[in-house]
Design a binder for this molecule. Structure first.
Ligand code: M6R
Length: 368
């Protein structure tokens, strides 16, 4: 049931405040403890973990890229993230002290399933982050954190991605709690900020018309570039993937810091370049990304900048600014991706494409 929406994808984008709220529900106890009942791996074992490997495909892999920054920062455990299809075939070093985190909306992705089977054969514990109750990947894992996005029908993942991010934050906090590197107050502060995400997502959805207008303006461009840095980098990759999947357009995501090492050569006058700007704050990331906007603008790119609502420094170099509500850096992808989803959905529908079942793609890829 599309409940009045033209496409399931659009409906699922607009369901995200609810999906995020549901994924957070019941995870935080009255006495200020994070509770993940589904983690059936004992605290002793979790304290022994000396390496984390996150695996997934497509959008789930991008959620894993965000998780790497988050989990390393909060737990100080070394964290790798790898495409499931690569992990299995490179003879990875995993043992009983390695924790594998498999992210999969469907729970049926063959590459991810093969990867966790391989990890468990080497003695590693596996935690699945999954949206589909009783699917194969959680059944074959040691533990599972379910996202509560509800069924995702559109082939292009939207609410699946946002809720995967939430589950990754919960896992990172939980590990930090178990290992005693983060305590009540710090955990409480992040949980409060997470609890404030649904209304912030809603504000972005309320601004959909502006993004739709932009999609119509930029409809006939050949190539689209997405830039981000730190956790904004996977968000940029996800924005590009959405456009490829449903609009069948050439879109590339790059780490903004890599621009000078090659990608800036492709910038042509008139090319739409989306730039995700980190919150202005303690480190220099923000200023470096603002310089990147300047660099592509100087080459004639049409700069569409996603920046915090009170960030005035981007105005001089931005053809358009999409304002993001204020949050801490690590949580920003939850917001930055929403306008990119709206943009891809509107552009693809305006082109007359079936965004729910785009050509050549299946909702779950059950063959390697
Ligand atoms: O069900 P999964 O999360 O394991 O699926 C992984 C990818 O196939 C999936 O995210 C794919 O990239 C989507 N079509 C993205 O929109």
């Amino acid at each position: 049931e599309k409940s009045g929406y033209d496409w399931f994808m659009r409906k699922e984008i607009f369901e995200q405040p609810r999906a995020v709220a549901d994924t957070l529900l019941g995870r935080y106890s009255d006495n200020g403890e994070l509770v993940l009942d589904e983690i059936r791996i004992g605290p002793e074992e979790l304290r022994r973990v000396d390496k984390i490997i996150i695996i997934g495909c497509g959008t789930a892999y991008y959620a894993g890229m965000v998780a790497k920054y988050v989990i390393e920062h909060w737990t100080r455990i070394g964290c790798e993230v790898e495409l499931a299809s690569e992990f299995r075939y490179r003879d990875p070093i995993v043992d009983a002290n390695t924790l594998c985190v498999a992210i999969s909306q469907s729970g049926e992705t063959a590459d991810t399933l093969q990867a966790i089977r391989h990890a468990r054969e080497q003695g590693s514990k596996v935690i699945a982050i999954c949206n589909t109750n009783g699917s194969t990947i959680p059944r074959e894992s040691d533990a599972v954190i379910y996202t509560h996005a509800g069924p995702e029908i559109g082939v292009a993942s939207t609410k699946g991605f946002l809720t995967q991010l939430i589950a990754c934050y919960l896992l990172g906090l939980f590990l930090a709690q178990v290992r005693g590197v983060k305590f009540g107050d710090e955990i409480g502060a992040v949980m409060d900020e997470l609890a404030g995400m649904p209304p912030r997502i809603q504000r972005l959805l309320d601004g959909a018309d502006e993004v739709y207008g932009l999609a119509h303006e930029l409809i006939d461009q050949g190539d689209y570039v997405f830039l981000g840095r730190h956790v904004g980098y996977p968000a940029a990759m996800e924005g590009a993937l959405k456009l490829k999947e449903i609009a069948y357009l050439h879109a590339e995501g790059f780490a903004a810091g890599e621009l000078k090492h090659g990608p800036i050569a492709i910038i042509n006058p008139g090319m739409p370049v989306f730039v995700i700007v980190p919150p202005a704050g303690r480190d220099q990331l923000h200023d470096k990304v603002v310089s990147n906007i300047q660099e592509v603008r100087a080459r004639g790119a049409r700069t569409i900048v996603l920046a915090e609502e009170d960030d005035g420094e981007v105005d001089a170099y931005a053809e358009r600014v999409i304002r993001l509500p204020r949050v801490s850096t690590l949580l920003q992808p939850v917001l930055a991706v929403v306008p990119l989803q709206l943009f891809a959905c509107e552009l693809a529908t305006a082109l007359g494409n079936d965004v729910d079942q785009p050509r050549n793609l299946a909702k779950s890829v059950t063959v390697e």
